[in-house]
Design a protein around this ligand. Structure first.
Ligand code: ZN
Length: 277
């Protein structure tokens, strides 16, 4: 599943590729991709719609359209966009196609079929179920050390589960949560409300730092318009991780073997010396 830095990169790339273009026809080929609308309704809502710009909220990609509608896309596990020339064939699992006037087309394919699309009215975008409960964006002013401190206080869950909850902190997935906790020196099993006053600002800085590093790392890579994948292409260099997926490998800080722990069904990685409870 792509994490926030990948979705940020993909939405920036999409914006560069398609902003200002007009969708002449849209085809919903797999109905369950957009369960709240029929293929006819999908086509009608997007017919002759100009794409003003593409942006992002959390891990949702948002196509802001000239007809006061917004197309919300969640890539989930394997959703992928490609901008294809007329002579190129559709990928095998093509579930939606957006044709432009110059005969190029933006194709959404999804091998694992978990992707989701929805069309909403732009003035009501923030009220959409997908976005309404999301915590503030990690780089917004609203997401402050005070916000983090106050929100931590409201939760008795483990810090790891807290960080993955998008209604508390927006944008951290399994990888960046583990990396942020390592950078802040906090143990993943610490109860959220028990994170010390001293550690909160460290955790806050670490969350922004790991996301920032990943985004700038991602930004350095060339974008292939025919392969805007939701994978980890942008940060696939494993050497950038301090703890994630490094079980039994030496901590980069103290050489203690990294421990893997199961929390809420997902693996967490940490250094038992650098991250004490
Ligand atoms: Zn260590």
């Amino acid at each position: 599943m792509p994490e926030l830095p990948e979705v940020e990169l993909i939405s920036r790339a999409l914006d560069t590729l398609v902003n200002g273009r007009t969708i002449s026809t849209a085809e919903l080929r797999r109905e369950r991709l957009a369960p709240q609308i029929t293929p006819d309704g999908f086509a009608a809502a997007l017919h002759n719609a100009k794409i003003n710009f593409v942006h992002r909220r959390g891990k949702h990609i948002l196509f802001d359209l000239g007809n006061e509608k917004t197309l919300i896309v969640h890539l989930r596990m394997s959703g992928r966009f490609s901008l294809l020339a007329a002579n190129r064939e559709d990928p095998k699992f093509t579930h939606a196609v957006f044709y432009f006037e110059d005969e190029t087309r933006l194709v959404f394919d999804d091998q694992r079929h978990f992707g989701l699309m929805k069309i909403v009215s732009t003035p009501e975008l923030q009220e959409a179920k997908e976005l309404k409960k999301l915590a503030p964006e990690p780089f917004s002013e609203e997401f402050s050390p005070e916000y983090l401190r106050d929100t931590l206080k409201t939760s008795k869950r483990s810090l790891k589960e807290f960080l993955l909850d998008q209604t508390k902190v927006c944008g951290l997935g399994n990888i960046y949560a583990a990396e942020a906790m390592f950078a802040a020196g906090v143990h993943p099993e610490t109860s959220a409300y028990k994170v010390s006053a001293k550690k909160v600002p460290l955790l806050y800085d670490s969350i922004r730092a790991v996301l920032n590093i990943a985004i700038s790392h991602a930004g350095d890579l060339a974008v292939d318009p025919e392969n805007l994948e939701g994978g980890y292409f942008s940060v696939g260099d494993e050497t950038v991780w301090y703890v994630y997926d490094r079980e039994n490998e030496p901590c980069r800080n103290c050489e203690t073997p990294i421990v893997r722990l199961k929390q809420g069904g997902r693996s967490t990685y940490y250094c038992r010396k650098c991250q004490r409870k």
